[in-house]
Design a protein around this ligand. Structure first.
Ligand code: HEM
Length: 401
């Protein structure tokens, strides 16, 4: 049924409370736009995710993850979620604005995204605005963070508009299209200033938190599954021969690392619940759905169905060994959705998460603090540990400096 919905985007369009609220926040970018605007927008954004870009992105993320985790000290308590958010903020910002983001701006983006994401879910599930208009500290924090994020994106666009160095990033692609170059070639309407802004905010809000949640969930699951962790360490040691930064070329040999990421995406898919709205009267599984009906689908529910995944609550990366993965029913695993609204960043996110996991695992075993009790995942716009304190145990002697 989910497949039927996803493969018929003209009948089941983006809409419903989640996307209506997201639209108010992100504007009309690729995630929220209606079907009639989608094809053009997807073509505009897609070049940022071509294979050569993904490879370069993985290389730089591997280096950044290695550098970030080298700053940790033995015995230090780190908030793994915050660290992964910082990493994916840098990685996504680089993809969107490359050199336009210095350390200060990067920190602003990270702080604002944190505040916005915290406030977002409640706004998508509460069907009226009144509670959010009261000037409570939480509401003010949310509004200020959102305003700062939008202002920063405007500032970066304005700087680029004044010329200067040539960049190879999504903003450059959009500005080139705005100049008419791409638009003329494809016959599509060039993006205006508002749309460029909306696409950048959209990709920041979708790209950062999802991948960070996937990585934080992976570290939490590995701490509870020492045998899987041991196999991961073994593979990383073999492939990286000690302490080299992982790179895109290593992905083919990081098979178990990649399966850990895939199984994490199954057990705890960061995107766990989405809505669609019917654009005409239709029927689904013998049920009549009038035009305007809200339909929900949940990758989490699909991923925990015992008919598709035996022992669905167990964390078993080997499910994804090629010979076993072939037995997973089609459409049972949808961490990135399916159809024409499938995640545009799927390959990039998997490459980013795999190299980041390998870079950290090359040096550290992350242990839960003594007495920590498992925290059940708290649903928000994304699913995953909102905060995850862990202790850094070195896997080999760490140099003093
Ligand atoms: C582990 C990380 C990620 C997960 C689990 C994920 C998941 C998803 C899912 C499930 C959808 C479809 C939503 C729906 O059906 O309504 C989606 C769409 C989308 N994602 Fe991702 N995503 C991830 C990373 C990223 C990254 C890194 C980017 C970009 C930097 C990105 C950009 C987008 C965009 C633009 C769409 C809308 C695509 C369209 O409608 O054409 N995502 N993502």
């Amino acid at each position: 049924m989910v497949h039927q919905v996803l493969m018929d985007p003209h009948t089941y369009d983006k809409g419903g409370p989640l996307f209506d609220r997201l639209r108010a926040l992100m504007g009309d970018g690729l995630v929220t736009c209606r079907q009639d605007a989608h094809r053009r927008q997807r073509r505009l954004v897609q070049p940022a995710f071509r294979p050569a870009r993904v490879a370069e992105h993985a290389r730089l993320t591997g280096q950044e993850a290695r550098a970030a985790s080298r700053a940790w000290r033995p015995g230090q308590r780190v908030d793994v979620t915050a660290e992964m958010m910082a990493l994916t903020t840098r990685a996504t910002s680089r993809l969107l604005f490359s050199g336009s983001l210095d350390a200060g701006r990067s920190a602003t983006v990270r702080d604002c995204l944190g505040a916005v994401v915290r406030g977002l879910f409640v706004r998508t599930v509460v069907p009226f605005d009144a509670p959010f208009k009261v000037p409570t500290p939480a509401n003010r924090r949310y509004r200020d963070a959102l305003a700062r994020l939008h202002a920063l994106v405007d500032e970066i666009i304005a700087e680029r508009g004044r010329g200067g160095a040539a960049y190879d990033d999504l903003l450059a692609t959009l500005l080139e299209a705005a100049d008419g170059a791409t638009g003329t070639a494809t016959g599509a309407t060039p993006p205006g200033e508002r749309e460029i802004h909306d696409q950048l905010v959209t990709l920041l809000l979708t790209g950062v938190e999802t991948t960070a949640m996937c990585l934080a969930s992976a570290f939490a699951l590995l701490a509870d599954h020492p045998e899987e962790e041991r196999r991961l360490h073994q593979e990383v040691d073999d492939v990286l021969a000690g302490d080299r930064a992982p790179d895109h070329a290593d992905l083919a040999r990081l098979g178990h690392t990649r399966r850990v990421i895939t199984e994490t995406l199954r057990v705890q898919p960061p995107g766990w619940l989405f809505t669609r709205v019917t654009t005409r009267d239709t029927e689904l599984a013998g049920q009549r759905l009038p035009r305007g009906t809200i339909v929900l689908y949940s990758p989490y529910v699909l991923h925990h169905d015992p008919a598709s995944f035996p022992d669905p609550e167990a964390f078993l990366p080997d499910r994804w060994l090629p010979e076993r993965a072939a037995g997973v029913p089609g459409g049972a695993m949808l961490p990135f959705s399916a159809g024409n609204r499938k995640c545009v960043g799927d390959s990039l996110a998997v490459a980013e998460a795999t190299v980041a996991l390998a870079a950290v695992a090359a040096r550290w075993r992350l242990r839960p603090p003594p007495g920590r009790r498992p925290v059940p995942p708290r649903p928000a716009v994304t699913l995953g540990p909102r905060s995850l304190e862990m202790i850094c145990a070195p896997r080999r002697p760490v140099p003093e400096s």
